[in-house]
Design a protein around this ligand. Structure first.
Ligand code: CU
Length: 144
């Protein structure tokens, strides 16, 4: 049997390189997440409209937007199947929260949500509405 005189470190190095290639390649091949569509909404309580893939959707809230007080998030998006809402703060982990909006008798998607108190006292939030895999992001500030 021929002695290839390979350095002892070479086989493990090749294995590590192969694993790295698979991991990095897998990450690279995943579809790039589509950035959420930013919706400028001066007053969520009064409702706002946005254009999502050429369709006009309406969204808003019912009830005062306060922490620890349930209020309703609604979305009018004819033809939508799955609508979910989550709340985050820019650059801050605000814990896992995900609400599924269910259509009412009129076909308006609704969910009753409750926001936690921010430990730093911040009141600026980002509402992300996922409509069949397309995300709308709406910035808002709680009343108190
Ligand atoms: Cu916060």
């Amino acid at each position: 049997m021929a002695n290839l005189n390979l350095p002892r470190w070479l086989p493990p190095a090749l294995v590590i390189a192969l694993i790295a290639a698979v991991v990095l390649g897998g990450r690279f091949l995943q579809p790039a997440p589509v950035a959420p569509l930013e919706v400028a909404c001066a007053a969520l309580e009064e409702g706002c409209t946005a254009s999502l893939d050429g369709h006009t959707v309406e969204l808003g809230t019912d009830g005062p937007i306060r922490v620890l007080t349930p209020f309703e998030v609604w979305l009018k998006a004819p033809g939508a199947r799955t609508v979910q809402a989550s709340f985050t703060m820019e650059g801050m982990d605000m814990g896992f929260n995900l609400y599924t909006l269910r259509p009412d008798a009129a076909g308006v998607f609704r969910a009753r949500v409750t926001l936690p108190v921010c430990v730093t006292g911040r009141r600026d939030w980002v509402l992300t509405l996922d409509v069949d895999g397309r995300a709308l992001a709406v910035r808002f500030v709680t009343d108190l």
